[in-house]
Design a binder for this molecule. Structure first.
Ligand code: SF4
Length: 590
């Protein structure tokens, strides 16, 4: 066979989540959920596949979100190896894909990786699924494929040409521009929380993919290559603060290139106790000096510490969140409903505690046992794990087994939590602005040149951008308390920066107009979950210029007429409808 390697996601569309949101829209289905008009929309590229393709010497093709026909067309080209990267809830589709490959191209070797592989291993491995799958890649994939193709597995891992992910407000458009680069600096975590798939998948170890120096070099490379085109880097690594030396070394390299943190900051992952421990040894400012702008923090539950979760038994989450916010670091707070130790007496109080942490962004999910985790194993041993469909293996698993709560009650509770956050603190966007203003004030007073000369510029830039949405937030505030917060933040902004510029005022009025049109449009044609377009990437390593992209997008094959029409028609339809409604309303007023 001429074609050596095809790497693909599961065939699209993916099963929808219980809240009827797209699995690839992390801002809409989780982080800004429940924010009414200010809920955001995002798009995600499957960067794990690009990581594999960009670290092999052989040519390959990457398919992002193929539809069934597109997948079949690709399989018909004949491949030596086809690798499918998927999540557990894709597995029904993955099996269908595997059967099709077996039928059309029996000599093709089929590999399945990512968290779907972990599920397959836990549920019987090749003994059970070997008729459809040849290799289950339950672990780090670059080394696996390099060994498979006879390449040197010890070569450094590079991630220099990832497509950008993006997020934006729904009323500003359903296809936000890409401005975020995802980098895999490390995989796995030694924490061993019983529900955690990542920790179990990498056997409670951290596998480093990028050294701190390499992270900073990658950041520098993207910012030079795409000037003004990247504002944030998502650094995938489960808990940075367990490895203080790593973070401190990153800070040292940032100090050599301070201009980087004027342009972009990092989203990282951390846990309450380890953040507090890091800060008590090296100071809170050291976190911001390492370029960290946002931290995803698993609060899990107020009582997680006393119930065996070692990352939560020393520091108070509220204090850690407040300290971070003070110096301009935003938080994505994660909370879980349905731990066995939460009861009808304690769960609401637990949720209130979480909301009182004032998370800038929120993730509320249900305590779920993914195959391969210690929790799933324990439940299976006790025969407590109910029969579960593959499509149920996600963060809101409808077959959890809480003694007091039914699953629909738990789901309602998570929805209530999102609503509570919005009603109490206002939109995530507003909280974001609040923390950036803290950042400006902190940096102004700071004796650290990294913060006072450099990080401050990014806080200012972001605050100025967010300011343009205050008028819309004021108009559509959910209640009087939030309205007061919006007005007080507006005054605070003016006292720091003075009057808004003409450009800001124009953008602010423009946003209000678009938001109003959007609300009218939603009355006629409500929001529908975002769909991802199909892309075919052709990788030819060696053919590209030394610092050129190793892939081209096959525009012709990627042209999905139905998808393009769907993108076009609702927009035109929505605008027309909004126009009709506005004319009608104006006439009525007259
Ligand atoms: S600390 Fe976080 S990443 Fe580590 S095992 Fe626990 S849940 Fe997983």
């Amino acid at each position: 066979m001429n074609n050596r390697l095809l790497l693909t996601t599961a065939v699209y569309p993916f099963p929808s989540l219980p809240q009827n949101e797209a699995a690839t829209d992390v801002m809409g289905q989780r982080f800004t959920r429940g924010n009414d008009l200010f809920t955001m929309v995002s798009h995600t590229h499957p960067c794990g596949l690009h990581l594999l393709a960009q670290n092999l010497e052989i040519p390959s093709v990457v398919l992002e979100y193929p539809r069934w026909n597109q997948f079949c067309r690709e399989v018909a080209r004949g491949y030596e190896v086809i690798g499918i990267s998927a999540y557990p809830f894709h597995l029904d589709t993955v099996f269908r894909m595997c059967r099709h490959i077996r039928m059309v191209s029996p000599s093709t070797r089929i590999l399945v990786g990512s968290y779907a592989a972990q599920t397959l291993m836990a549920l019987g491995g090749l003994e059970k699924f070997g008729d459809m799958i040849d290799e289950i890649v339950d672990g780090e994939g670059v080394g696996h494929l390099r060994r498979h193709f006879g390449e040197d597995p010890s070569r450094p891992v590079l991630q220099r040409f990832f497509p950008r992910n993006g997020a934006g407000l729904r009323y500003l458009g359903k296809q936000p521009k890409g401005n975020t680069v995802l980098l895999f600096s490390g995989l796995g975590c030694p924490g061993g929380c019983d529900f955690c798939s990542s920790s179990a998948m990498y056997k409670r170890k951290r596998i480093e993919l990028l050294s701190p120096q390499s992270v900073v070099e990658h950041v520098s490379h993207y910012l030079e290559r795409l000037p003004g085109g990247v504002t944030q880097f998502y650094l995938i690594d489960e808990d940075y603060f367990r490895f203080p030396d790593y973070l401190l070394e990153m800070r040292r390299h940032i100090a050599d290139h301070p201009e980087l943190i004027e342009q972009a900051d990092f989203v990282v992952f951390g846990s309450v106790d380890y953040i507090a421990r890091f800060a008590s040894t090296y100071g809170w400012e050291a976190i911001a000096e390492a370029g960290v702008g946002v931290i995803f923090i698993g609060v899990e539950s107020r009582n997680a510490g006393e119930n065996g979760y070692g990352k939560r038994d020393r520091a108070d989450a509220r204090e850690v969140f407040a300290k971070l916010h003070n110096l301009g670091i935003r938080t994505i707070g994660a909370w879980i409903a349905g731990f066995p130790f939460q009861s009808r007496e304690t769960l609401q109080e637990d949720l209130d505690y979480y909301i009182s942490c004032y998370p800038t962004y929120q993730q509320l999910s249900i305590f779920s046992a993914f195959p391969g985790t210690p929790l799933h194993e324990a439940r299976s041993n006790e025969s407590k794990e109910p029969d579960c469909q593959f499509a149920d293996y996600h963060f809101w698993n409808p077959s959890s087994t809480h003694p007091d709560y039914s699953n629909s009650e738990l789901l309602e509770l998570t929805e209530h939590g999102y609503e509570l956050g919005y009603q109490r603190w206002g939109a995530c966007l507003l909280r974001n602005l609040d923390v950036h203003l803290n950042g400006v004030e902190w940096c102004e007073q700071s004796e650290s040149p990294l913060l006072s000369n450099h990080a401050i510029l990014l806080h200012r830039k972001n605050a100025a951008k967010l300011y343009t949405q205050l008028r819309t937030m004021e108009k559509y505030a959910p209640n009087q308390e939030v309205l007061k917060r919006i007005r007080s933040l507006t005054s605070r902004y003016h006292s720091i920066f003075g009057a808004a510029t003409l450009l800001q005022e124009t953008a602010s009025w423009g946003s209000l107009l678009l938001a109003t049109l959007y609300t009218w449009k939603c009355k006629i044609s409500p929001w529908s979950p975002k769909t991802e377009g199909f892309r075919r990437f052709i990788y030819t390593p060696g053919a590209a210029a030394p610092d050129g992209s190793p892939y081209v997008i096959d525009r012709l094959a990627s042209l999905d007429t139905t998808y393009s029409l769907k993108r076009l028609i609702p927009k035109v339809f929505g605008r027309l409808a909004a126009l009709v409604v506005s004319v009608y309303l104006t006439k009525q007023k007259i």
